[in-house]
Ligand binder design. Sequence first.
Ligand SMILES: [Zn+2]
Ligand SMILES: [Zn+2]
Length: 428
Amino acid sequence: MAPKLLPIQVRGRGTAEIESLHSYIHRSAYHHNVFVGVLLKYMDREIKRDSDFPGHIGCLPSYIHHQDILRKNSLSDYLIDSFGYLTCQSLRGTNASFLNAQLNMSRGELSSGFRWCSECMAEMMELGEEPYFKLIWQFKAIQGCPIHRTSLVRACINCGCTQNSYQRVSHLGKCQQCSSSLRRKPKKNPIRELTDNATDLIQLVYDWQMFSDQHISPYGISISLNKLLDSYRLQNKEEDFYRLLSRGRLLSAANKKTKLSLSDARKLSFQLGISLFDLISGNAANTSHRFDLNDSHDFPSSFSHASVRDVKDHKSVLKNLKELSESDVAPMSLKGTAKKLGVSVGYLEYRFPAQVRLIVNRYQSYLDQDHLRKVYLAQTRALQYFLDVSENRAAKSRKHAYKQIREETGLPKWILKKAIQTAYQAMT
Ligand SMILES: [Zn+2]
Ligand SMILES: [Zn+2]
């Protein structure tokens, strides 16, 4: 099926920086040059006309509140399925679909409007990438940008607009009301030591999109809890396990009577030393969890599992990266680029995921082109060799052709042999 909407790709796919569903819809409206409401109505009409649509048809409200589609419900499922269907891609992972599914609704966990990092916005614009809002920025537990350690912004610095309006007159990096750039930061936006920046949640956002949420049991938590309970019972440490949360809450969730909140799930995963994804997906018993549970009921004030990262001068790396991509030198591999900039491949992949994809694609197309150029050169020289009548034709042989062209061009043996054989067959 040809896409019925512009096939705009979800930004940040394959990284923890994945775009939020709300951002995607607003960005798509901007590209279609219509208000968000018009785009939604068009989508709804197209889906209802299409008998091949594999998802469930939902009902569009007159206005969609930001936080409503950041969790799982029939509306967010409808939007993910329909936009995915009309643009021929998967939009799964663009919302926190574990909320109101494996976990309870967890009210208060999500921001009610867009939040963004002004430094990230500035960086996207400097790199010539299209600005977008990341899903991780929408979790209230994430206090600041994990990359820049600056506070997240909720409204335009110039006019106070929250960017929630259905009107989309500029790209997402500009205020829709006053056109001021969202890269502008508040005067008081100091770099903070984010000791508790919910790195477990950031990891969950990454893990969740890497596994299709459709294949995860809605009772994943119950499966995990039952298996964990069995293993603690075997060790005679059942009571220790209950103390992690409360006997009532744990047994109720294990028996599928109630669901845990995101906050409770984080407390459990932290204290057991397992990932949130393993706990939610029912995989907890297959991981090496902690048996020496301490007596503390208190959830530690800091969730931070992250080691203190090497503080790099991101701006100067970014500048060098830009200079390198704009220079005339032949494209380099990702490894070569990292070496040239004095950073690791992992650093580039984490900090500049979109730019990394460009580097990899550019290098691959360069290799493809270079290969074609070599094949063409070998073929031309081989034909010239056999066609040239000025030399003694009797002395011509494939072996001699190889020796001569190899000396002239330095091309690899496997390319030359094939070209010479083709030319030889054509001439005899
Ligand atoms: Zn940032
Ligand atoms: Zn504004």
